[in-house]
Ligand binder design. Structure first.
Ligand SMILES: Nc1nc2c(ncn2[C@@H]2O[C@H](COP(=O)(O)OP(=O)(O)OP(=O)(O)O)[C@@H](O)[C@H]2O)c(=O)[nH]1
Ligand SMILES: [Mg+2]
Length: 683
């Protein structure tokens, strides 16, 4: 019997806790003691059998995989599906899975099956690139589904070395958007062959031929080679399950697309006779064997028991035995017999291996080149929750736990950088956008962490010699709004230091605006756009350049109501406060001094007391209090809260609540610090 990490176990019907003949290794990567039972004392110790590293196999599920994992490169196609957000990539993968018979008859078909993370399902967007494979007409087609949101662009970058071609999906109504340009540029730079899929032709205002021309213009703009420019086009609907070579062909199924993939995407250039080599493009986790390095095998083959080398980024080389290999097909991951040149494989055995590193049969080979990853542009501070309600609903609250978690994130998420600061318990986290950091905070909340996070700031730079002016990141912003809202949106852009470059009004009445805007100005603009256009506006943006600082941007022209007392909010106090502004909390909510409880319509902070009790001078007035009706409070989503706060404020994120607070809770200290800052600024 083995129990990882101890706990309660049932032995012959008895529930026992504590000293048991258990191995307290944290997983089989630490231990494979077969000589149990062994009496080991609490606390957790390493089992004496820990040095033998052999793991029993789970049998592969189907023989088909056994044969396909050792296919020749001729019969393998590796492709990534890339597009702007929501253009239908994941829905397209659903159709390919169905066409390849992944679902048994009567089996419920999962919508957007590749969006398997909880957060992806809730938000309806893809966050992590994931791979699967299908078998069709004797071919193994490895498919990588990628995210289309700009903040997760690095997920697209990192899989570029894993594939030999891309399906560029473009919405037949919206046409190419900001992220279409970004992902296509990355694919063309890597020399990958594209197939263009004009999707959603079922939409009433779809104009596939116009979008065809727009995509060709984009190819020209991005300096595609002749071969890339002559990419095949397919038209269809991922939702309804058909693709055709021409928009007028009969709408039948996805076979024309599968045929094009096999015919046009090149077979991997991998040499089966060469020694084993692979570039690590992704890291996964297996509960039994720990870290799993995934990538495309560029030479030779690999199987369980082989000794291979990891060529680390810092130049060091370590060897390890392959504990297990995995293949990815249909909706699941399977143990495999190994992998051969051209195929995509997961390899377990290294406790510490990162994306971008090379695995090879011998230590004396050159490390394989990895793709260039764009630098992060925004930064946020993560700190321990030092508020009075700290530790009430989170399991992980210490600085060490937060630091370990952030460092772990940096290992699997190549566009996130974590740095210690000179203040203990405070870490700087840099990323591609506020949404990417918000997803990390949300994930940590769900894992039981409590953290405080600051408003995102952009990462400034100096010109190369360090003497020039301060530079800040700028983006190209694309906005589409119904014509009536144009004026309001232009005013909003101007306030955020946006400079309009191009404006076009279509016959349908839609106005397309292209502007250059500091990244600072984009933070929070999406919410403003939704409010300005009653939800009809859409926007996308793309990093453009570092340029001189554009001057101060005021994104919030309201102040806040700050609690000056701690306790429980009362109906009596909140009823009075409603006249002062919009409230963020309801009666019964816990409050502390320094917490933001509402929005003050005027700039500046107004101290208020939301916990004041009514002085009960007789029974009748006590009854009246209960009948008071309060408007429902504004409850911020995590992303909205992060964009809303100012620099002297923090978002307190715990598993159960999101609170806004002043960075300095003590009102006297806060006032003193504000005064000192003003003096320093010479105001
Ligand atoms: N009308 C129509 N809707 C579609 C079609 N394909 C996808 N959709 C819808 O478009 C929305 C987005 O689809 P997804 O497949 O999640 O798009 P995606 O490109 O994977 O999005 P991200 O991964 O977040 O970038 C969903 O509501 C789909 O139902 C289509 O062919 N026609
Ligand atoms: Mg998706």
């Amino acid at each position: 019997m083995r129990l990882y990490g101890g706990g309660i176990v049932s032995v012959a019907g008895l529930r026992l806790r504590g000293i048991l003949p258990l191995c307290f290794a944290t997983g089989p990567q630490d231990c494979d003691c077969r000589v149990l039972p062994r009496l080991l004392p609490f606390p957790r110790v390493k089992c004496p059998g820990a040095d033998r590293r052999e793991v029993p196999d789970r049998k592969p599920v189907s023989d088909q995989r056994l044969t396909t994992s050792f296919m020749t490169p001729k019969k393998i196609r590796n492709l990534a599906i890339i597009a702007h957000v929501d253009h239908g990539k994941t829905t397209l993968v659903d159709q390919l899975l169905q066409a390849a018979g992944v679902y048994r008859e009567n089996q419920a078909v999962t919508e957007r099956a590749m969006d398997s993370m909880d957060l992806e399902k809730e938000k309806g967007i893809t966050i992590k690139a994931k791979n699967t494979s299908i078998h069709w007409e004797g071919y193994t087609i490895n498919i990588v589904d990628t995210p289309g949101h700009a903040d997760f662009g690095a997920e697209v970058e990192r899989v570029m070395k894993m594939v030999d071609g891309v399906l560029l999906v473009v919405d037949a109504f919206g046409g190419p958007q900001a992220q279409t340009r970004f992902v296509l540029r990355k694919a063309l730079q890597e020399g990958l062959k594209p197939i263009v899929v004009i999707n959603k032709i079922d939409r009433p205002l779809a104009d596939p031929l116009k979008v065809h021309d727009q995509v060709l213009e984009l190819f020209l703009d991005l300096h595609a080679t002749d071969d890339q420019f002559n990419a095949p086009f397919l038209y269809g609907s991922a939702r309804d399950g058909y693709f055709m070579d021409s928009p007028d062909d009969a709408r039948e199924n996805v076979v024309p697309l599968l045929k094009k993939i096999v015919e046009y995407i090149p077979e991997p250039t991998a040499d089966p006779e060469a020694p084993f080599s692979m570039l690590v493009s992704n890291i996964a986790w297996d509960d039994y064997v720990g870290r799993v390095a995934m990538g495309k095998i560029l030479g030779g083959n690999v199987k369980k028991g082989d000794t291979i080398w990891a060529l680390r980024k810092d130049g060091s080389k370590v060897s390890a035995k392959v504990l297990k290999t995995f293949s990815y097909s249909g909706l699941s991951t399977h143990d495999s017999e190994g992998g051969t040149a051209g195929g995509i494989v997961g390899i377990a055995g290294f406790e510490d291996v990162d994306i971008g590193e090379t695995l090879a049969a011998a230590p004396d080979v050159e490390a394989l080149p990895f793709v260039e990853i764009d630098p992060p542009t925004v930064q946020m501070q993560f700190s321990i929750n030092d508020g009075p309600l700290s530790g009430k609903d989170g399991k992980h609250v210490t600085s060490r736990a937060i630091r370990d978690r952030l460092m772990r994130e940096m290992k699997t998420n190549i566009s996130i950088f974590v740095e210690d600061t000179d203040q203990s318990g405070i870490f700087n986290v840099s990323a591609r956008g506020a949404m990417q950091i918000a997803v990390l905070v949300e994930t940590m909340r769900r894992e039981g962490f409590e953290v405080c996070v600051s408003r995102p700031t952009v990462i400034y730079r100096r010109s190369e010699d360090g003497t020039g002016p301060v530079l800040e990141p700028f983006e190209t912003l694309y906005v589409e709004v119904p014509g009536d809202f144009t004026q309001g949106v232009l005013k909003g852009l101007l306030n955020r230091k946006g400079i309009m470059e191009h404006m076009d009004t279509e016959a349908s009445g839609r106005t397309l605006i292209q502007a250059t805007i500091p990244t600072r100005g984009i933070i929070g603009f999406e919410t403003e756009l939704v409010n300005l256009t009653s939800g009809h506006g859409i926007m996308s943006h793309l990093f453009k350049e570092y340029a001189p600082h554009a001057g101060e941007i005021i994104t919030r022209n309201t102040g806040t109501l700050v609690s000056m007392d701690s306790g429980t909010a009362t109906t009596y106090a909140l009823t009075a406060l409603e006249e002062r502004g919009v409230l963020f909390l309801a009666a019964g909510d816990a409050v502390y001094s320094g917490m933001l409880v509402g929005e003050n319509p005027r700039v500046g902070d107004l101290p208020v007391n939301p916990v004041k009790e009514k002085h009960l001078d007789n029974m009748r007035s006590a009854g009246k209090d209960k009948t008071s009706k309060l408007s429902p409070p504004v409850r911020f989503s995590l992303e909205r809260a992060i964009e809303y706060i100012e620099n002297d404020e923090l978002v307190e994120a715990t598993p159960k609540t999101i609170r806004l607070r002043k960075r300095i809770l003590d009102p006297n200290l806060r006032a003193r610090m504000a005064k000192r800052e003003k003096e320093l600024a010479g105001v």
